[in-house]
Design a protein around this ligand. Structure first.
Ligand code: COA
Length: 153
């Protein structure tokens, strides 16, 4: 059967909540799926659609991690692809688009540091996209082990 087209666009924070809840935090109430910084002016949310269905999400906010001195850092979070469509390249497309968006909208020519806290299951996914591991895994209560990962774009 022919694959349905996958389209990506900027969405608002509220639109991410259903998938954040379903894929990332099903054991928590939906209010806990609102992240600090979701509504900040610079924050953007990307949605991946199949026809009218939102099937993939990612959020990106300007947030510095004390690990680095660079003053202009971005954090990717809330990355999820609906279960039936995982492993088909859609997550990769979304991250690639987000990195392109950051580079494209940057006011500076210098490299932009992008970082994230990767769940153990997503570590290889991010490595394939050029992120490198920093340090040892750490636990986020109620969610599990994570790895700090980064790349400059
Ligand atoms: C992690 C997730 C976002 C990846 O998106 P996806 O659409 O399933 O991944 P893709 O199909 O784009 O994978 C891209 C590459 O990463 C690899 N990959 C994806 N998930 C992987 C995993 N769990 N382990 C190892 N490799 C993985 C794929 O094999 C693929 O490699 P290839 O190009 O050589 O075939 C998605 O599976 C998901 O939503 N998982 C549950 C929620 C979650 O863990 N989110 C991340 C929170 S940090």
């Amino acid at each position: 059967m022919k694959k349905k087209p996958f389209n990506m666009k900027i969405i608002n924070a509220n639109e991410t909540l259903v998938l954040r809840h379903k894929i990332l935090r099903p054991h928590q109430c939906i209010e806990k799926c609102v992240f600090e910084g979701d509504e900040l002016e610079n924050t953007f949310h990307l949605g991946g659609y199949m026809e009218d269905d939102l099937v993939a999400i990612l959020s990106c906010c300007q947030q510095n991690n004390i690990q680095w001195n660079d003053g202009y850092q971005w954090r990717i979070r809330g990355m999820a692809v609906t279960s039936e469509l995982q492993g088909q390249g859609y997550g990769q497309q979304l991250v690639t688009r987000a990195l392109f968006h950051l580079r494209d909208h940057s006011l500076h020519s210098r490299p932009i540091r992008v970082w994230l806290n990767a769940r153990e299951n997503a570590r290889h996914f991010y490595e394939k996209l050029g992120f490198e591991l920093i340090g040892e895994p750490f636990e986020i209560e109620g969610i599990g082990f994570h790895w700090l990962m980064t790349q400059q774009v």
